[in-house]
Design a protein around this ligand. Structure first.
Ligand code: NAD
Length: 375
């Protein structure tokens, strides 16, 4: 029998998670819950999702707007095994007692503090540890991106230290009132909260992050500098490792994807139906190997990267027979991600095939403070 799932909070993340659940062979979307009637509520109905009222919303308001609702969140929770909470930051924590009272397993998002759930989750990072828990927090978009990359480099070469500068998008495309519209805002808390958040997945990892916000809505971009424990043979080996890992897309120079605008053009055009880029995006020419030091860029589509992770988190909570690699494969197949992974053309000469002479890099001091919790 399929696992029945509710999505509470139908915004940027919630609507994508709902669509992704519908595509999974072993999951069933029982309904989505919203506080107010809106164009998103109308779209949910048009997509065939059953709609429920949450968060003290007024049923009469929905009916007055001609939006058909099936009942309240409490009623929806009685029908499901798992709820995915995709409400704004801190609302998830307030909702936790509702889920506990209903006896349903719950998944929270990265805007919540780590202790909202029994564990933080990243599919490639710690699926095994999450199996059978009652609640999980899928870490934020930036943390998910870093955790996936750690999962590729760590097991192969070991990570001695990870430095990342996160160039963050100012707002999601639909957020008309957020900014900056002009200017660059450094996050004046060092290190940023992202490093400690990655350690909720990899407690032993030495990592330090710095963040700044720029006027774009498309994607975040990470500038990574990683000191490995063992030297890879060269960039080809590292790129092959990323290419062969699930949820990575490496752009070759001949593709002409200079930056995030072209990446999102690719995402809109590739026919997966969502216009999303759920993979970590790397550039072949933007990766350098210098003995044990690796530098690379990666772009993160903040609106969608956590969607496959939410699907895997549902299986980790509710389907004990499925392990991490099987869940990832199933999720990606259903979302179409595995069909669009692009291997290097046979015999291609990689632009990154440049092994530079070794240079000493002094370790940086790390202080332990958190900054704001937004993704
Ligand atoms: P959003 O504002 O786009 O959507 C949240 C939705 O929840 C809205 O439709 C809102 O009306 C609804 N809502 C508010 N209170 C509610 C309640 N009590 N009950 C039910 N619904 C309620 O927010 P989002 O961007 O989807 O973020 C949701 C979570 O995901 C946050 O924790 C956020 O930090 C995290 N996250 C966001 C992004 C991103 O870039 N947008 C990326 C990764 C993780």
């Amino acid at each position: 029998m399929n696992v029945r799932v509710a999505v509470n909070g139908y915004g940027t993340i919630g609507m994508r998670v709902a669509d992704a659940i519908v595509r999974q062979p072993d999951l069933e979307l029982a309904g989505v819950a919203k506080t107010k009637p809106s164009f998103e509520a109308r779209r949910a109905i048009e997509k065939g999702h059953r709609l429920f009222v949450a968060g003290g919303g007024d049923l009469a308001q929905f009916r007055a707007a001609g939006i058909a609702v099936q009942g309240t969140l409490d009623q929806l929770l009685r029908e499901v095994d798992v709820v995915v909470d995709a409400t704004p930051e801190s609302v998830g924590r307030a909702n936790r007692p509702i889920y506990e009272a209903a006896g349903v397993r719950a998944i929270f998002q990265g805007g919540e503090k780590a202790d909202v759930a029994d564990g933080s989750f990243n599919a490639q990072g710690n699926y095994a540890a999450a199996r059978g828990k009652r609640t999980l927090r899928v870490v934020s978009c930036n943390t998910t991106g870093i955790a996936r990359a750690v999962s590729v480099l760590g097991p192969r070469w070991g990570v001695e230290h990870w430095e990342a500068t996160l160039v963050r998008r100012a707002a999601d495309p639909g957020e008309a009132r957020k900014g900056p519209v002009n200017g660059i805002l450094p996050t004046l808390q060092l290190p940023s909260h992202h490093g400690p958040d990655v350690r909720t997945i990899f407690p032993e990892l030495s990592i330090s992050t710095i963040a700044l916000v720029v006027p774009t809505t498309l994607m975040h971009l990470h500038v990574n500098h990683v000191r490995l424990r063992r030297a890879p043979r060269g960039p080809t080996e590292v790129l092959d490792a990323f290419r062969s890992a699930p949820r990575f897309r490496v752009f070759a120079p001949w593709e002409g994807a200079d930056g995030t605008p072209q990446v999102m053009e690719f995402a809109r055009d590739r026919g997966l139906g969502t216009g999303d880029m759920m993979e970590n995006v790397l550039w072949e020419a933007g990766l350098q190997v210098e003995d044990r030091e690796i530098r690379f860029f990666q772009a993160i589509h903040q609106e969608s990267i956590v969607v496959p992770e939410c699907i895997d988190a549902i299986r980790a909570l509710a389907i004990p027979s499925v392990d991490g690699p099987s869940s990832i494969a199933m999720t990606d197949e259903a979302l179409g991600l595995s069909r669009t992974a692009a291997p290097a053309p046979p015999g291609a000469v990689l632009a990154a095939e440049r092994v530079l002479p070794r240079k000493a890099v002094a370790p940086r001091a790390v202080r332990g403070r958190h900054d704001d919790r937004s993704p």
